[in-house]
Design a protein around this ligand. Structure first.
Ligand code: URP
Ligand code: ZN
Ligand code: ZN
Length: 483
């Protein structure tokens, strides 16, 4: 190769064991101006050359369900903002996050988006897009705001069937779904039956059962199963594709299986907490179980196994973290009402952005439960496709952003909160062993994590306008949930 070629790449990764959603092969990757511009053998050195011999290289993770600096209405405060959240993501191999711009009831969705841009601006070290949470689908929202926002690149909407400050009734969900279908957006549904939760909670509290472990009893599997079935029915009646978020176990998976059997475009997400945490973690001594309070709650071991099976057999489309970080020992966090506070007053959510990929690589790929192509589908490619970011994100291909992870595998690492980069004061995975961790993460060709150090910069992360997802526009025509 001539000197002219030698200077034509900013970075070259030699001998990469490239794993995509479909392929596994060895090649060199040439990067220029943040984009993959060549994949081949015997590429010349770049201005920087990295030898990845013996290492897997995957597309950077796309974490399509995270909550960062999201305003709350109960006085709690999230531990992570865009600075610490994206830093933590980068250190765990994630190069794109999609958090939520939350509409408060009585306010506009556009105002929520503008506020959320202010929160993100200049702070993110990796790229980000926004989902919209619609909690008040007024006529103005449905007729004017959502169509305009979708056209502007906010092409996914989350609706809640529970939580008093956000939940929609069935008719409101139908209205949002019909709007999303016409304008080409993906709708994400938090499926739990609010009235059942309310009734069960009242009975538990009346009996004096307030400890964190009763969170699980207040939201049993049937509450999720019923709402999942209802969400599917609402999707069917409007012919709008949906993604059921944070699916926790067998009965909900059965509903999704049933819907897929009918050819309905139902997509599904699960999260590491439903693979690695259980009701036993909610029952930890004293108030410690509050660390694992999230909704739906972690279930039993049989449900964990059902979720693994769903990852293997294609029932799940993506694995996201649902990173919703509240400090444990903090009057604005899990201890909002003190250590004696009832389970129903504890802010819901757990941190998990940084540990999502290492946990799934270790216990999924290295433990032989899923292959590496499935790992890439679940953690990167499918999310990019679902939310209109593919092939810019979620791929290793000429023309794609050079968002890459070079993996260390066969290592022994114990997860310690002290060594993570989020701002939360705990991880629910403290002490857990993993056998894989990113050796290096690149965001648009820039090293953001290497040699055990965060190397990124606040402000490097760019806002991503999402396309209308092909899986929405084509699924509506085809009527299947293939991705
Ligand atoms: O408990 C959870 N999952 N908190 C985050 C908010 C949500 O519903 O995703
Ligand atoms: Zn949710
Ligand atoms: Zn969430």
């Amino acid at each position: 190769m001539t000197a002219m070629y030698q200077s034509s790449f900013d970075t070259v990764i030699l001998n990469a064991r490239i794993a995509t959603a479909a392929d596994l092969y060895t090649a060199d990757i040439g990067i220029l101006d943040g984009v993959v511009v060549a994949i081949g053998r015997d590429l010349p050195n770049g201005r920087e050359t990295i030898d990845a011999r013996g290492r897997f290289v995957t597309p950077g993770g796309v974490d399509a369900h995270v909550h960062l600096d999201q305003p709350t209405s109960d006085g709690s405060k999230m531990a992570d903002d865009f600075l610490t959240g994206t830093r933590s993501a980068a250190c765990g191999g994630t190069t794109t996050v999609i958090p939520f711009a939350l509409q408060f009831k009585g306010r506009s969705v556009r105002a929520a988006v503008e506020d959320y841009h202010t929160r993100a601006n200049g702070k993110a070290s990796i790229d980000y897009a926004f989902h919209l949470i619609v909690s008040d689908p007024t006529e103005a929202v449905l007729k004017d705001e959502l169509p305009a926002l979708i056209a502007d690149g906010y092409t996914s909407i989350k609706v809640y069937m529970t939580y008093d400050d956000m939940k929609l009734d069935d008719r409101q969900i139908i209205d949002v779904l019909a709007c999303a279908r016409v304008h080409g957006a993906m709708t994400m549904v938090h499926a739990e039956n609010s009235d059942c939760i309310g009734w069960l909670t009242e009975r538990l509290l009346a009996a004096g059962l307030t400890a964190p472990k009763y969170h699980g009893d207040s939201r049993p599997m049937l509450v999720e199963r019923e709402a999942t079935h209802r969400a599917i029915a609402l999707s069917e009646v409007t012919e709008a594709p949906i993604l059921i978020v944070h699916v926790s176990g067998r009965e909900a998976i059965e509903q999704i299986h049933w819907a897929r059997g009918r050819g309905l475009p139902i997509f599904a997400e699960t999260c590491p907490q439903y693979l690695f945490l259980s009701e036993e973690d909610l029952a930890l001594e004293g108030f410690a179980g509050a660390k694992c309070i999230c909704s739906p709650p972690p279930r039993d071991k049989a449900n964990q196994q059902a979720v693994w099976t769903g990852l293997q057999n294609g029932m799940f489309t993506i694995v996201s973290s649902d990173h919703a970080p509240f400090n444990y020992d903090d009057p604005h966090g899990k201890m909002l009402h003190g250590a004696a506070g009832g389970f129903h007053q504890v802010p819901n959510g757990i941190p998990g952005l940084e540990t999502r990929l290492p946990l799934l690589f270790s216990e999924g790929v290295l433990a032989g439960r899923i292959d590496i192509n499935r790992f890439v589908q679940l953690t990167s490619t499918n999310a990019a496709k679902l939310y209109g970011l593919y092939p810019r994100k979620g791929a290793i291909a000429v023309g794609s952003d050079a968002d890459l992870v070079i993996w260390d595998t066969g290592i022994e690492r114990t997860i310690r909160n002290d060594e993570l980069h989020h701002a939360a004061d705990y991880t629910p995975y403290e002490g857990r062993e993993v056998r894989a961790w990113p050796a290096m993460t690149l965001s648009r060709g820039v090293t953001v994590w290497a040699d055990g150090q965060f190397r990124g910069q606040a402000g490097h992360g760019q806002f991503l306008r999402c396309e209308r997802p092909d899986v929405v526009t084509s699924q509506v025509k085809a009527g299947t949930a293939a991705i």
